[in-house]
Design a protein around this ligand. Structure first.
Ligand code: ASP
Length: 301
């Protein structure tokens, strides 16, 4: 690939994978995703790093009640809201994650505070909320989530989770993922999204990945790291590795999910075994695209 193209930036964002009715019209979903993509494009064009960009895109998606993350999170069976998020930086494998955190407006920004790894890479529950408060992050009452949740009817287990992957002008990669979890989850339940290697992964040697779908299945095949290792150790190119990773998700656990990923050359791939994968992307600074399905589709059993 030429030097000029190599300096160009790539970005993908997602608003979740799943099956069943969508929470809004196609046009509305695409418009919301396009807005976030445009903001991320500006940030990367202005020299923003891949990490900064995936964090702010994911925070923006958390602030959009249309998606199951941040203010659009789904309640647990006890009526509370427990959120998960993770982020990873591909140049040095720094990672940060939070699980089952309540009262934090943007869990992804809390995960970002842990990226130094000096105190912890992952925090859960009350300790995570305390840490957010001490670090001056925006805290919100439960009504904030109740209002967001009521804004868009979700009668079914529709797509949830948000995330972003990027390649910046220096060729560095990063990934971020955030979720409100699964509808009807029991208190304390944690899925794949905050788990480094399952929900998120980024390594400049291979790719950056953000996953979505049924966490109990995704985490058992470490979907994000599996894709990266199929590239790094298996020698596959991004699209072939993504197809193989999702095929294995289905073959091993009949898993339902999707992913977005970017490689070191700035190529983007979207793949799913679910019915939907809400996503938007541009490659090498080129035109933006939105889709409600991934490019690679693997049928479940
Ligand atoms: N993966 C998320 C979880 O299991 C939910 C989703 O992506 O829909 O918590």
């Amino acid at each position: 690939m030429g030097l000029a193209l190599n300096r160009q930036v790539s970005l993908a964002v997602h608003g979740g994978a799943g099956s069943g009715p969508l929470p809004a019209s196609d046009a509305t979903l695409r418009r919301h995703l396009r807005t976030v993509l445009a903001a991320g494009r500006q940030q990367l064009a202005a020299g923003g790093s891949a990490l900064e960009t995936v964090l702010s895109c994911t925070a923006q998606l958390e602030d959009d009640a249309l998606f199951n993350a941040g203010c659009g999170a789904v309640p647990t069976t006890a009526g509370g809201f427990e959120l998960d998020a993770s982020a990873m930086n591909g140049s040095d494998l720094r990672a940060g994650a939070v699980a089952a955190v309540s009262g934090v407006r943007n869990p992804i920004l809390l995960a970002a505070k842990l990226l130094t790894g000096s105190e912890a890479v992952m925090l859960a529950g009350a300790g995570a909320s305390d840490y957010a408060r001490e670090r001056g992050l925006a805290m919100v009452p439960v009504e904030y989530f109740e209002t967001g949740w009521r804004r868009y009817p979700r009668d079914h287990d529709i797509p949830g989770t948000v995330g972003a992957v990027a390649r910046d002008s220096l060729g560095h990669l990063a990934a971020a993922t955030s979720t409100g979890g699964r509808r009807g989850q029991i208190p304390g339940r944690v899925g794949d999204s905050p788990l480094i290697g399952a929900g998120s992964w980024a390594d400049d040697r291979s790719c950056a990945v953000s996953c979505t779908g049924i966490g109990e299945q995704i985490l058992r095949v470490t979907l994000a790291a599996r894709l990266a290792l199929l590239m790094e150790i298996g020698g596959l190119a991004l699209a072939a590795a993504a197809e193989r990773a999702v095929t294995e998700l289905v073959a091993r656990v009949n898993g339902e999910g999707g992913l977005i990923a970017v490689d070191g050359d700035g190529r983007i791939i979207t793949a799913q075994s679910s019915e939907h994968l809400l996503c938007a992307w541009f490659e090498h600074g080129g035109p933006g695209h939105t889709a409600l399905q991934g490019r690679i589709r693997v049928a479940r059993r």
